[in-house]
Design a protein around this ligand. Sequence first.
Ligand code: ADP
Ligand code: GLC
Length: 487
Amino acid sequence: MMKVLHVAAEIFPLVKTGGLADVVGALPQALIAQDTDVRLLLPGLPAILDSLADLRGLCDIGPVFGAARVQLLQARMPGSQVPVYVVDAPYLFRRGGNPYQDSSGREWPDNTQRFALLGWVAAHLAAGELDPLWQPDILHAHDWHAAMACAYVANHPPTPARTVYTVHNLAYQGLFPREDFHFIGLLARFTATSALEFHGQLSFMKAGLKFADRVTTVSGSYAREIATAEFGCGLDGLIRSRGAAVRGILNGVDYDIWNPETDPGLAANYGADSLERKRLCKQALQQAFGLEARPDALLFGVVSRLTAQKGLDLVLGGITHLLELGCQLVVQGNGDPALEAAFTYAASIHPGQIAVRTAYDEALAHRVIAGSDALFVPSRFEPCGLTQLYALRYGCLPVVRCVGGLADTVVDASEANLQADRATGFSFRDASTTALSIAVDHAVALYAQPERWQQVQRRAMAQEFSWNVAAQAYLALYRELLPPRPA
Ligand code: ADP
Ligand code: GLC
């Protein structure tokens, strides 16, 4: 059976800052369901150590990169029982905040060592040096946090494991002072521009892009986009040079968690055949957020990190128009203080029509998506995007910018698509308030025709973004890298 080690900094439901955690929580299980022997390697963050019940020591690694005591622990994920290795380095990982930042939003100053260590342990595990009983055929690293694993495998031959690196977001690159290289045990040749150097800094992202045997990203469109100057964040030349080694594999959805028929947190459960019950979720949402109880107002939702990526300034610009049309808006998002303040201000001058929660709240995210009629995802770029996929299943029609994974997953309710019963939402091209407002007009016009709106809802709810399909694509990619099986 093929053995695969997934390496990542976050995993739902233990530690989550975004969609990466959802993917790392679901993909290993989908691979296991297809007869693959999958294990995870995670950093020993407090939320991870506290949630893994049967933790036990596997080996003492000793001092590495300024962490006085590094141990490798073993456990299983609660619920799924997927086997997990944990890098326990108390000095580097046992602290508050999130995996990357302290509680006031500042990057941890020793992130070089923290995430180099994660990659270093992954590479040594892959080399068979840490667990005599298990050695992966494939080391699969997620985002810059785990990318150094690919450089350490290259730094540490001979390691039979082949490497796959998935870019969940090219904009977060893990850039550190070049001098930090002295702390992380790499040969000097790794600081060359042809290796990890990027405009005078050390780039962990480059470790994955350069040294992994295959690079994937989370949608076909984003795979094409990152090979262009517009979306390539200065790395498009390197990405183009990897040619066919770069692939797009669309994320899936864990429909055990995102299913309006069984979701335990909703005011009412509903499905495509009981859409009238969705109105109860809307009513509950209006009440919870202090909006006027207007069943017929088109209620737009937002569930998002508030960052420039997500294009929510376009929604801010469109608020006046939205209100003129009699619509309502619920925003659940946190992040950039300026965006938080702008939405909070909009809510304060339009009470009853606009409401904002600037908290990160998993249960509330489900209620916002269930209770809203439509969900804004007007991203400037979007590697895949998961909220629009969740919204589709909840019959909450996504209003998206036609970019990256959003372009690959939402079919605009154009007249032709409506006629062909293909439409699942609304999409627009320009990153402008005007373009967003035209999409809003379109949504309002369709909402005024309940039968047609419901037809689109039902089409949306029938979409299946299955992890099984994604897992098959990853398995095919892994097989390309392994020696052919004897006949
Ligand atoms: P990204 O990873 O770029 O943030 P995705 O759409 O892939 O975007 O994933 C975002 C994930 O984070 C989804 O599971 C979404 O529900 C969740 N999320 C984002 N903001 C919040 C919030 N304020 N509260 C709860 N969940 C949130
Ligand atoms: C990143 C991307 C998002 C994607 C997620 C999971 O956070 O911004 O588009 O859905 O990773 O792959």
